[in-house]
Write a protein of this length. Structure first.
Ligand code: E4P
Length: 218
């Protein structure tokens, strides 16, 4: 399973990339706004920090305007994945960009039928938003289960399921059990995955015992 980080904060991305466990980055207009920086600058910097796919979202809503913005975004670096919303114009844009060999992430997916449409449009990634479904009392992970069942029924569909709007490690665990290809995590959730109190406790005990030996290794 690939782990992307969902942020436009380049300090966070740099620190997490140093772990060697970061496979990509997703951004959206809200995250770019939060960064307070120009989209072209921040995406270029992220693409230098992480060699994997970096999603940069169009702000236009009509096909011609989306194509124009996509042309600018994909010029930033070869690892840009152009992010388009799951609308008729977004899917048309997805189809056209995919045919040109551009990576596309179809975002704001809230149903399995929408995911199927994104796959038929040739999306590299489709992003179902689990947390936002949970927020309105629907089971976000049930959507991932439905999409995985459908995609597994049609092995010709090459679109990767990118679990988005992740709120906590249980979302990650369930997504992995379901075989989702990617999860994009807020930095805090990604950091949570590393930790377990018994790891901390065990390490403290080992170090205390080691100190008693008076030995050094290097
Ligand atoms: C995914 O690409 C989106 O940027 C993101 O996961 C949305 O998450 P949110 O619902 O926490 O805003």
């Amino acid at each position: 399973m690939k782990f992307f980080v969902d942020t436009a904060d380049t300090a966070e991305i740099g620190a997490l990339a140093a772990s060697g466990l970061l496979d990509g980055v997703t951004t959206n207009p809200s995250l770019i706004a939060k960064s307070g920086r120009r989209i072209l600058d921040v995406i270029a910097e992220i693409c230098r920090l992480v060699p994997g796919p970096v999603s940069a979202e169009v702000a236009a809503t009509e096909f011609d305007a989306m194509m124009k913005e996509a042309a600018v975004l994909r010029e930033i670096a070869p690892n840009v994945a152009v992010k388009v919303p799951l609308t008729p114009d977004g899917l048309r844009t997805c189809k056209a960009l995919s045919a040109q060999g551009t990576m596309v992430n179809v975002t704001l997916c809230f149903s399995a039928n929408q995911a199927l449409l994104a796959a038929k449009a040739g999306a590299t990634f489709v992003s179902p938003f689990v947390g936002r479904l949970d927020d309105i009392g629907q089971d976000g992970m049930e959507l991932i289960a439905d999409i995985m069942t459908i995609f597994n029924n049609y092995p010709d569909l090459k679109t990767e399921v990118l679990v988005a709007s992740v709120r906590h490690p249980i979302h990650v665990l369930t997504a992995a059990k379901l075989g989702a290809h990617v999860a994009t995590l807020p930095p805090a959730v990604l950091r949570q995955l590393f930790h377990h109190p018994l790891t901390d406790k065990g390490l403290a005990a080992f170090l205390a015992d080691w100190a008693k030996t008076g030995q050094t290794i290097a």
